[in-house]
Design a protein around this ligand. Structure first.
Ligand SMILES: *Cc1c(COP(=O)(O)O)cnc(C)c1O
Length: 381
């Protein structure tokens, strides 16, 4: 399917990201329709991909923005997301970032520690403002995903632990510049075993009941993101099962009548539409291993080096019988390897290769290590 764009690809300097905006629209429309069935609010997690043409498509569908840095808040506002649809999470918000978000009147700070509450109180008081906050609670729920992208276990740095809540509830009256509007959860990423979300719902219910027993009912519940995509067969199911995902929350989450439920999706919305297109520089034949050396490396797509992530690799040029290769990048690191023992059609210098499903956490993580040029992007309409 990608092969139909071979002509376009051959006119650009490799490596580059190619984004299929048609597929992006199809995914966004599906997510919007499925969330709409239950009146759910979806915020797009900018950290997955913050390219302007992608943000424009997201914005057109009325999604909000989920940000994890001051610059992401700034980027979201500049892209046109209304401040009242911007949420701001992150364990280490600096004073400058908090002040910026206060000045912008964002919808909500998702607060990850007791000390952060104290700091936001102090900074908001200095401005004579009231900051809307939600408590990001660490629910100790396993996401059944790679340990490097699990965030909702006690051992992870994210969120406030439940045993801290008792003391926290007592202190809230002494923080007049904070308005506690909700609870927030985000247990991890690339979650494909949907039972993790069922477990999350049950934990959220327990925690919500705990607050209610203390006289606290919140207008907002934010259950985060994390829905996974199929990296193995990118052409078979490019659209994640949003219907099944949202239905779980409708079935299990004990939403109070006036409550608004929020989601923060990144990967499932943008991963499938992105491909890293690279050219084969060299073939190197060892005793045991044949290496394909690409002109793209971990500087363009860090996920395999960072957390052993799998990306489907396709030789767009060759139609020869398959051989077995290790596919590596040009960077001076042994972890700069995209795949080992991979079967590809016999590959030659100059062939174009696609690393699929790279639209999320790909280009945004690009680095200049080895003084590499910044990777470019093209858009397929
Ligand atoms: C990264 C992140 C998300 C999005 O996660 P995905 O796995 O891309 O859906 C949502 N919420 C928070 C707080 C995050 O840090």
């Amino acid at each position: 399917m990608l092969k139909e764009h071979l002509n376009t690809f051959s006119q650009h300097q490799t490596p580059f990201y190619a984004y299929d905006l048609r597929l992006l629209r199809q995914i966004l429309d599906t997510a919007k329709a499925e969330a709409g069935k239950y009146g759910y609010h979806v915020h797009y997690a900018l950290k997955a991909n913050a390219n302007a043409p992608i943000l424009a498509e997201v914005l057109q569908r009325g999604f909000g923005a989920d940000c994890v840095s001051g610059n992401e808040v700034k980027c979201a506002l500049e892209a046109g997301f209304p401040a009242e649809q911007v949420v701001f999470a992150g364990v280490g918000k600096s004073d400058a970032e908090i002040n910026f978000a206060l000045d912008a009147n964002i919808f909500c700070f998702n607060v990850e520690s007791v000390q952060e509450l104290e700091v936001i109180q102090e900074l908001a008081a200095a401005k004579g403002k009231v900051a809307q906050v939600a408590l990001r609670i660490n629910p100790n729920v396993d996401a059944y995903t790679h340990k490097h992208i699990t965030t909702g276990l006690e051992e992870n740095k994210f969120g406030i632990n439940t045993w801290e809540l008792e003391g926290l509830v007592e202190r809230f009256p002494s923080w007049p510049n904070l308005k506690l509007i909700g609870l927030h959860f985000h247990i991890g990423s690339q979650i494909t075993d949907l039972r993790a979300f069922e477990n999350l719902c049950l934990r959220v219910n327990e925690i919500q009941n705990w607050f209610e027993a203390r006289g606290l009912v919140f207008p907002h519940l934010n259950v985060g993101g994390g829905l996974g995509v199929d990296y193995r067969s990118p052409d078979e199911k490019p659209v994640a099962d949003f219907a099944a995902y949202f239905a779980i929350f409708d079935r299990l989450l004990e939403k109070r009548p006036a409550q608004v439920v929020h989601f923060e999706l990144g990967r499932a919305l943008v991963a499938p539409c992105g491909n890293l297109i690279s050219k084969v520089l060299y073939l190197k034949h060892g005793q045991k291993t044949n290496f394909v050396i690409l002109d793209a490396g971990m500087t363009e797509l860090m996920r395999p080096a960072l957390y052993q992530a799998y990306h489907h690799i396709e030789n767009l040029t060759s139609t020869l019988p398959v051989k077995t290769y290790d596919v590596v990048g040009p960077i001076c690191e042994s972890t700069d390897c995209f795949s080992k023992d991979l079967e590809l059609p016999e590959t030659k210098r100059g062939d174009l290769v696609a690393l699929r499903t790279a639209g999320a956490y790909g280009e945004v993580m690009a680095s200049a290590y080895n003084l590499r040029d910044r990777v470019q992007a093209i858009y397929l309409f």
